[in-house]
Design a protein around this ligand. Structure first.
Ligand SMILES: Nc1ncnc2c1ncn2[C@@H]1O[C@H](COP(=O)(O)OP(=O)(O)OP(=O)(O)O)[C@@H](O)[C@H]1O
Length: 976
């Protein structure tokens, strides 16, 4: 037993390693092996020590070596020197000089000690080669180099141009291993590289200013804004690594001419998918080169270097504290003390297999640094880590199985097909004794065509990317246009708009870089194509080799097919994006409409709606109805085609008949009869209504009505106005399209009507131009006429003296008035008031008032209720202003309350003469005065279809609108 002589000996007695032991390593290796076989295991941090050779300065100063490597696991720090004989008063003494500082002689044991002569390859073989295996087994791994400044960390991690460091060697090994596994696994790799400089995190590959750290319970520490670069081969990875290292902050100090003044973290993300079961593992390899700890006095740093040094020391101190807490098994680990420890949280105490390489200098000049590093390393060895494989999905679900089976079956089929083709080709070759020359030719063409195919795919991909970016830009622009309409906070609006603009600029930047790439690829493709052409020329100089020509034709077809396939996929992707966008826009519109309606009612209820607001609101409603916007599908507008599709959405309204007139203009004189058939399909594209009619072309200005064969539910009335054009009036009554007792299909607003024109022989009729004359005066007249008919039917049914009205009307020139009623939905009635949107005509000298009985009795069969009437006075258009006032006054006199009013053109009244205080409101726009040249007798839709149970609450308005165009055509107005 050794005698404890003084304090230093005492320290030595309690030094971490008293005997030559390598238990740490053995236990680690054991657990490490275990880690590969199970999903979760515990492991000690592996710690290696590397001693660099003395540098020329140290050699020059003849400094003492303070490290003695005992064997591959043990070193002695500050071993006792071969003491020179000590003389006192001229005689040699047996004891030592007590005035001289005694050597520590501490033994340290590590997983491996690399001496001065060890190479980076040797370090890699022992320290990180195994890491690659663990990584591909699904474990996260970290390697970090720790040590004082100038101790050789960067040399170990990165090396130099001639001596590659362990990062390079590890990645080469990783690629080797991935190559071996490539038949079973798919790999996707991504890289990021950052530095922590003066407590700021910065991206080294795409420097963009300080980044922030975020902690996420699922993903640990994340750095939003840090660029992640996809790589496809080792060269790309090394290029990125080199770029990152070039950007790293380095400054010369007294200790190191190329001192790294920041901590560098290079991370490689691996996504590994098992081809068979599609199980996915995501792993992360972090290679960390820490900045070196330093003593200001030793390094002679001043100013900026001093600040850097103190930041480095601060973060390393925090790292030391974390290592101590982890080694001591404490619950609280002070990760948050520095950016570095927050970043290394995963590697130190998380789910990660970590290797620490402690770099030390052997020179007595670095005595304290080396001692501290060895103590750090010893503490770090005690850290136990629970590591588990990062398997995203271990078990397959049924859907995955079916997918795997599907893909395997498809592959199988493909192989079978190839085999058959091959056999057939073989047989064919035998029978035709195809010359080897031919097959040689084909072989020579195969690779260039494959290359061409790859280029085409790349082009398609780039085009898709450009389109995607374009679309995203367009969407952003739309948002930017819309935002100011709603936003009320200008500061926030500016912020939002700026954000959008920045992101649009980024998108545009990306778009132009894609465009550049596209141009380059197209040039490359064209060059390549030229080369193929010249190759073909050399193979078949006189162009008579038919077999070769056929083969080339097939190759071209295959190329085209492949391209179309790729494009199809891209278009589907684009389409689904656009559909999503449309859906979300649709939702916004609906929500906005609801909100607007609420606000409108609120204003109206408080009697503060201005005339302008009310008419704007009406205009919006009108626009939503879409009556004026029926148009042909754009791309079919000019097509010479007899099939055309148009949206019927605008024509369908909830409760009343809707119609449009379609004009079919033929290039030549149309045949006598044209059959127009059509179908209305609902939004699911299923069969719905069908309609059919025969148009007869008649000479100019001669109106004709021929028999209209309505299909199930559709009605078509037809007219012919000119030799070269034929118009078809199509009307669909909502009551006819409703799902209901008859079980008919509900035709909603996104239904479509498809019409087809066929002549007498059953041939499709070429149509040079198709246009919709819906907006023409004729259609206007037609519309009013139809509304009048319906309205009269309704009025008759609800006991309005239609006959007397008609008599009066017959005597006078007419001013058509449109009655518009809106009702709330109650008592389970899903329909609106029967008067909704109805139009009827009143003469200029109409009776002073029109009595409209409540149609309630129709619904309830209660005759007493029908006697309760409301009265609405409708004045003719020549007395608009006065009339409006009159009306108001009269209604007020009759104890009706004025709810809101438009002084000049419209007014809103609420009638209260109803049985239970229910209100009725009418919109009465004054339409242009019409003159009729030839009244017709239109049919009325059976009243029973129109009349619905009337709801308890009816609200609405009376509106006078300006007289519009003077129409030339006359108008039939009242029918029985
Ligand atoms: N094992 C070694 N063999 C030969 N030269 C070495 C070795 N280790 C380090 N060196 C040399 O020592 C010098 C300092 O090394 P390096 O820059 O790697 O130190 P460092 O620990 O990264 O320092 P800092 O923390 O200041 O960046 C370099 O010139 C390097 O070439």
């Amino acid at each position: 037993m050794k005698m404890v002589l003084n304090k230093r000996d005492l320290e030595r007695a309690f030094s971490p390693i008293k005997h030559r032991k390598s238990g740490g390593r053995r236990s680690l290796n054991k657990s490490h092996k275990g880690g590969n076989s199970v999903n979760e295991t515990s492991s000690s941090m592996r710690v290696y020590v590397r001693i660099r050779p003395q540098n020329p300065k140290e050699i020059e100063n003849n400094t003492r070596s303070i490290i003695q490597v005992v064997d591959e696991n043990v070193l002695i720090f500050d071993s006792k020197e071969e003491t020179e004989p000590f003389f006192f008063h001229g005689s040699k003494q047996n004891c030592r000089d007590l005035q001289k500082k005694q050597n520590k002689e501490l033994n340290f044991g590590f997983d491996r000690v690399f001496g001065c002569n060890s190479s980076n390859e040797a370090v890699f073989e022992v320290s990180t080669k195994d890491i690659v295996k663990s990584l591909l087994d699904g474990f996260n791994c970290s390697v970090f180099a720790y040590g004082a400044t100038g101790a050789g960390k960067t040399y170990t991690m990165l090396g130099s141009n001639t001596v590659p460091g362990i990062t390079y060697l590890t990645i080469v090994e990783l690629y080797k291993q991935m190559e071996i596994l490539s038949s079973e696994k798919e790999f996707n790799l991504g890289v990021s590289h950052l530095e922590v400089y003066n407590e700021n995190v910065q991206d080294l590959i795409q420097p963009s200013g300080p980044l922030h750290l975020r902690e996420d319970s699922n993903y640990g520490v994340r750095i939003p804004g840090l660029s992640l670069h996809r790589i496809t081969n080792a060269d790309e990875l090394f290029a990125l690594m080199a770029k990152g290292n070039k950007n790293r902050t380095q400054h010369p100090t007294d200790s190191n001419a190329e001192s790294s003044r920041s901590h560098s973290v290079f991370q490689l993300y691996i996504r590994m998918t098992n081809k068979l079961d599609r199980n996915l593992k995501i792993m992360k390899l972090s290679m960390i080169d820490l900045a070196g700890s330093e003593r200001g006095s030793a390094t002679g740093c001043k100013g900026m270097r001093f600040t850097e040094g103190s930041n480095i020391n601060k973060s390393l101190l925090a790292l030391g504290n974390c290592i101590n807490s982890l080694a001591g098994g404490l619950k609280h680990i002070p990760y948050r003390d520095s950016k570095l420890t927050r970043l290394l949280k995963d590697s130190l105490g998380g789910n990660c297999q970590t290797v620490m390489i402690a770099n030390v200098s052997p020179s007595s000049n670095s005595y304290e640094d080396t001692y501290n590093t060895l103590k750090y390393a010893t503490r770090a060895k005690k850290i136990k880590q629970m590591i588990k494989k990062n398997i995203v999905s271990v078990q397959l679900n049924a859907a995955q199985y079916s997918k795997v089976v599907e893909s395997l079956t498809a592959e199988n089929e493909e192989l079978k097909l190839k085999l058959r083709t091959y056999e057939a080709q073989n047989a064919c070759q035998k029978s035709t004794t195809m010359s080897t020359v031919q097959s040689n030719h084909k072989e020579k063409l195969s690779a260039p065509y494959q290359e061409l195919e790859a280029m085409n795919t790349e082009i398609s991909k780039l085009v898709k990317e450009i389109k995607l970016l374009n679309w995203r830009n367009h969407v952003k622009q739309k948002i930017a246009d819309r935002l100011p309409c709603l936003s009320i906070n200008n500061i926030q609006l500016d912020k939002r708009l700026n954000r959008i603009k920045t992101s649009m600029r980024q998108l545009q930047g990306r778009e132009s870089s894609f465009k550049q790439k596209l141009r380059e690829t197209i040039i490359r493709r064209n060059d390549h194509f030229e080369r193929i052409n010249s190759l073909i020329k050399t193979l078949d100089q006189d162009g008579t080799n038919t077999e070769l020509n056929q083969h080339i034709a097939i190759l071209h077809l295959q190329l085209e097919l492949h391209e179309k396939d790729v494009q199809l996929g891209h278009y589907q992707q684009l389409l689904s994006m656009q559909q999503n966008e449309l859906q979300s826009e649709d939702l916004i519109v609906k929500e906005m409409c609801n909100t607007l309606k609420q606000y409108h009612f609120l204003l109206q209820g408080n009697n503060i709606t201005t005339e302008e607001m009310a008419s704007h609101y009406d205009e919006l409603v009108h626009k939503l109805e879409g009556f004026k916007h029926i148009s042909w599908k754009k791309d079919q507008e000019t097509n010479v085609n007899s099939n055309f599709t148009f949206s019927f959405a605008e024509m369908l309204r909830e409760n009343l008949c809707s119609e449009g007139i379609i004009r079919v203009e033929t290039a030549n004189k149309p045949p006598a009869n044209i059959t127009v058939t059509g179908s209305v399909t609902d939004c699911t594209g299923q069969d719905g209504l069908s309609l059919s009619t025969v148009l007869t072309a008649l000479p100019d200005n001669e109106l004709s009505e021929s028999e209209s064969e309505a299909g199930d539910n559709g009605q078509c009335g037809e007219r012919s106005d000119a030799l070269r054009s034929t118009s078809l009036g199509v009307s669909l009554s909502a009551n006819e399209t409703e799902a209901g007792a008859e079980g008919k299909r509900d035709v909603k607003s996104n239904s479509r009507v498809i019409l087809e024109t066929v002549n007498e022989d059953g041939h499709q009729l070429p149509v040079s131009q198709t246009s919709l004359s819906e907006n023409t005066e004729e259609s206007e007249i037609q519309k009013v006429r139809d509304k009048t008919m319906e309205c009269c039917g309704i009025l008759k049914e609800i006991n309005l003296p239609v006959d007397s009205m008609r008599d009066v009307v017959a005597e006078c020139s007419v001013t058509p008035l449109k009655v518009h009623c809106d009702t709330a939905v109650q008592n389970g009635c899903s329909t609106n008031c029967s008067l909704l949107n109805s139009t009827f005509l009143l003469p200029k000298s109409s009776p002073s008032h029109v009595q409209v009985k409540s149609p309630r009795k129709l619904a309830e069969g209660n005759s007493t209720q029908s006697k309760k009437q409301i009265t609405v006075n409708v004045l003719d258009s020549s007395k608009k202003r006065n009339g409006s006032t009159d009306l108001k006054r009269r209604l007020c006199n009759k104890e009706n309350r004025v709810a809101g009013m438009k002084a000049k053109q419209s007014a809103v009244y609420r009638g209260a003469g109803h049985d239970s205080g229910k209100d009725h409101t009418f919109t009465v726009p004054v339409l242009p005065q019409l003159r009729t040249s030839k009244p017709s007798t239109p049919k009325l839709t059976p009243i029973s279809k129109h009349c619905r149970p009337v709801t308890n609450q009816v609200s609405g308005k009376v509106a006078y609108m300006k007289q519009r165009n003077q129409l030339n055509r006359a108008h039939p107005y009242i029918a029985n």
